[in-house]
Design a protein around this ligand. Structure first.
Ligand code: SF4
Ligand code: FES
Length: 237
């Protein structure tokens, strides 16, 4: 176990725990956007900054990527932290002004849209955190989406923005996206995502449409389980 102090509280957590989780385990909330338990971390949003003190030295670190250390003194709400966090929030809000998630977070942090940052009108709600790309590559294993173009034109999507044959319609990307940028709709036996329409499988017991047929075919191919054995939803299994 590692012993440290966060906001004046003495905390003991397992070695390898990140400061974000250590704080949360002690009931201390730190705002975050891009840290999702399902995917490896990118440290992209920078909202989770905290101030750490080692000896006489202090520095700002991203708590979702910084592991706990014995004797560390952490401040999640110092003036310095709040200033950095507000600035980060202003930039995120300028990038995605129409994102409801961003508007809500900004309100909670007391941040208003600032005239000094010109608001983007063409980036949708994407903060380029890479969580969607990572889940598609690391967890699902199909790599149907990626980042394209460079600099301020960088966007996430399918290659050439065309319908991707690799996509199985699982929706994992939409699930991990912290801002709601990825549009997915499921109506009746159809699911729409990334410009494609997927046919949904009805559960052979309860009749509920529960997964795209392409996703079940992919699982069947990967695991060797016959497709006919994958047509019952998790609730009826
Ligand atoms: S679409 Fe969502 S998950 Fe993907 S990079 Fe953008 S904000 Fe992150
Ligand atoms: S949650 Fe830590 S950088 Fe985004």
């Amino acid at each position: 176990m590692v012993n440290l102090t966060i906001d004046g509280k003495n905390i003991s957590v397992p070695k390898g725990t990140m400061l974000l989780e250590a704080a949360r385990s002690a009931g201390i909330s730190i705002p975050s956007l891009c840290a999702h338990e399902a995917v490896s971390r990118s440290g992209a949003c920078r909202l989770c900054v905290v101030e750490i003190k080692k000896g006489n030295r202090t520095k700002i670190v991203t708590s979702c990527l910084y592991g706990v250390e014995d004797g560390l003194v952490v401040d999640t709400k110092s003036e310095r932290v709040l200033n950095v966090r507000r600035l980060v929030m202003e930039l995120l809000l300028a990038r995605c002004p129409e994102s409801e998630v961003m508007q809500k977070l900004a309100k909670e942090l007391g941040v208003e849209p600032q005239a000094r940052f010109i608001a983007d009108s063409d980036k949708g709600k994407c903060i380029l955190c890479r969580s969607c790309v990572r889940v598609c590559e690391e967890i699902v294993g199909v790599s149907a989406i990626g980042f394209f173009a460079r600099g301020s034109h960088k966007t996430v999507g399918t290659p050439y923005n065309e319908k991707s044959d690799a996509c199985i319609g699982c929706g994992a990307c939409a699930y991990v996206c912290p801002t709601g940028h990825i549009e997915m709709t499921s109506t009746g036996d159809k699911r729409k995502i990334w410009g494609r329409t997927f046919k949904m499988q009805a559960c052979t017991k309860c009749g509920k449409f529960f997964a795209p047929v392409d996703q079940l075919k992919f699982i069947s191919k990967k695991t060797g389980v016959p497709l006919s054995e994958l047509t019952v939803c998790t609730e009826c299994r």
